[in-house]
Each structure stands twice: as structure tokens, then as C-alpha cells.
Ligand binder design. Structure first.
Ligand SMILES: NC(=O)c1ccc[n+]([C@@H]2O[C@H](COP(=O)([O-])OP(=O)(O)OC[C@H]3O[C@@H](n4cnc5c(N)ncnc54)[C@H](O)[C@@H]3O)[C@@H](O)[C@H]2O)c1
Length: 276
């Protein structure tokens, strides 16, 4: 390990106790970063950090609720105490458990507690992390901040109203941070993720739903966590030194095409021709 493009850098990944955050933490460590694995689920964070250390990397597990300012202050203090600098912040944490998803419906039926939780965790959480990390990046001469957002933040859909609004907020936040601190060496970008199957989504999503989503991706397969983590590592590194204020689709083409594409493809297949 420790001879890669992120050697000597210190990263915080929020929501890194499972799913895409876990993979991002692992891949940043593979590239040489020391990684603070932060999650509201402390034992999950410890499991991921331990796996990184077992693989020869450097990781520190920290229990933190990103929606809590005092937790974020303690998190940043712990990372500064251990490593003395912060170069990379990946704002990945989101409230995505089943109860939250079921309560986060269309506007008329949305549970207000679900709206508040989505805003608190997904949007306020990322803002709080920036608020308390950016001063240390400025002292250290710069850094890279990455926000995990979603096609839901850019496109209308029939459900997940609060999630969508919170993810749209992150696109604005990424650009605000880029504009405010770019001259002082901080880059800030959002990645707009399509469907990258985590262990959880692979196990729980019905096959029919996966197929509907796959039909709207332009790639042969749905995304894999490693494909997301590779882009996060790229944005964290100097390889992307001229990219800032961007919202980068990492979505297998999900947001790039006409909504009529998949039914049209079926129509043409039935007709035996693609000529109108
Ligand atoms: N997986 C996908 O296909 C997909 C698609 C689009 C966007 N995204 C985005 O990528 C990110 C990761 O998604 P995932 O599928 O791995 O989700 P996940 O639910 O598997 O993981 C989310 C992690 O965040 C943690 N978390 C939840 N609330 C928290 C809080 N208040 N404080 C700290 N940690 C908290 C959870 O404990 C969990 O470990 C999210 O921001 C999500 O919106 C994922």
C-alpha cells in the first residue's frame, strides 16, 4: 500500500461504515491516504477501519452523526489530533434506510419527519462537515471535497421528494465551496451517481426493478461500488487538479438521454427496424 497518488494525504469519508462509503474509504487507502472512517454506526466504522489496517493501510474509526454539529466538531478534532491535517473530505453519508425511503413519498404524502431527516443528514450534514473541515484545509494549503449526489437531484421522479431536494442542495453547495475557496487551493465537486449496487441494494432490490433501471443505463451493467470509488479517488487526487465546481455524472449514462429511449428501443425491436 502507501506508495500511491494519495500518499501523505488525510481523508475523511462520512457514512463509510457500509456501502459506497466503505468502498471509497478502502480505495482511498489503497492509493495511500490515511482515512478517517466516520459513520453514525460506530461498530460498522470500526469494522471497515480494521479491514483497512489489516490490508496494510492507515485508518481511524469515528462514530459521528453528521447532522450534529458537536459530533462533527469532535470528529474534526479527533482527525486533526491524530494526523495533523485534512486534505480530502468525501461527503457520502445519507439517510437511506428502509423506514426513511418508505416515508419519503410524493409531496402530498411525504412524512415531514422524513423531509427533515433527509435535509438534516444529507444536506446539513455535508454543510457542517465543510464548515469545520475547510478552515483546516485552508491552513494546510488546500484540499479536495467531494459530494455524493444522485440523478434524483437533477431529474423529477414520482417519489423520494426529500431525498431529491437534499441531493439538489448538494450540487449548489459543491459549487458554493468551489467559488468561495478555489483561490486558496480547495477544489469542490459533486458526483451524480446512477445505480451502483451495494451489498444492501443487490440483496433487497427486486429483479424487475433492477431491469427497469438497467434499461435506462447505457452501459451493459449497473454500476459497481468500485466504479464510484475510482472516481472519488481521481477527484481526491492531483490528477483532477483543473476540475472544480463540477457536477460529474457517474451514472452509466442514466441522465444523458431522452426518457423515451428505453420504450423506443422496445418499439423498434418489435417492429424489426429502427427506421420511423
Ligand atoms: N448506491 C447507489 O446506487 C447510489 C445512487 C445514487 C446516490 N448514492 C449516494 O451515495 C451515498 C452512499 O449510498 P449507499 O448506497 O452506500 O448508502 P448506504 O445506506 O448503504 O450507506 C449510507 C451510510 O451512511 C451512514 N449514515 C446514515 N445516516 C448517517 C448520519 N446521520 N451520520 C453519519 N453516517 C450516517 C449509514 O450508517 C451507512 O453506513 C449516499 O449519499 C447516496 O445518496 C448512492
Amino acid at each position: 500500500m502507501n506508495a500511491g497518488k494519495l500518499t501523505g494525504r488525510v481523508a475523511i469519508v462520512t457514512g463509510a461504515g457500509s456501502g459506497l462509503g466503505e468502498e471509497c474509504a478502502r480505495v482511498l487507502a489503497i492509493h495511500g491516504a490515511a482515512v478517517a472512517v466516520a459513520d453514525i454506526d460506530g461498530p460498522a466504522a470500526e469494522r471497515v477501519a480494521q479491514a483497512i489496517r489489516t490490508g496494510g493501510g492507515d485508518a481511524l474509526a469515528l462514530q459521528a452523526d453528521v447532522a450534529s454539529e458537536s459530533d462533527i466538531q469532535a470528529l474534526v478534532q479527533a482527525v486533526m489530533g491524530r494526523y495533523g491535517r485534512i486534505d480530502i473530505l468525501h461527503n457520502n453519508a445519507a439517510a437511506l434506510d428502509t423506514a426513511q425511503r418508505h416515508a419519503d413519498r410524493d409531496v402530498v404524502n411525504v412524512d415531514i419527519a422524513a423531509w427533515d431527516r433527509a435535509m438534516d443528514v444529507n444536506a446539513r450534514g455535508a454543510m457542517l462537515c465543510c464548515k469545520h473541515v475547510v478552515p483546516h484545509m485552508l491552513t494546510g494549503g488546500g484540499g479536495s471535497i467531494i459530494f455524493a449526489t444522485s440523478g434524483f437531484g437533477a431529474l423529477g421522479d414520482i417519489t423520494l421528494t426529500s431525498y431529491a431536494a437534499s441531493k439538489a442542495a448538494l450540487m449548489a453547495l459543491a459549487r458554493s465551496v468551489a467559488a468561495q475557496y478555489g483561490k486558496q487551493g480547495i477544489r469542490s465537486n459533486a458526483i451524480m451517481i446512477g445505480l451502483a449496487l451495494t451489498e444492501k441494494s443487490a440483496a433487497h432490490m427486486p429483479a424487475e426493478l433492477k431491469q427497469i433501471l438497467l434499461d435506462q443505463h447505457l452501459t451493459p451493467e449497473l454500476g459497481r461500488p468500485r466504479q464510484i470509488a475510482d472516481v472519488v479517488a481521481f477527484l481526491a487526487s492531483d490528477e483532477s487538479s483543473f476540475i472544480t465546481g463540477a457536477v460529474l455524472p457517474v451514472d452509466g449514462g442514466w441522465t444523458s438521454h431522452s426518457p423515451a429511449m428505453a420504450p423506443m428501443r422496445e418499439f423498434f425491436a418489435r417492429m424489426g427496424s429502427n427506421k420511423l
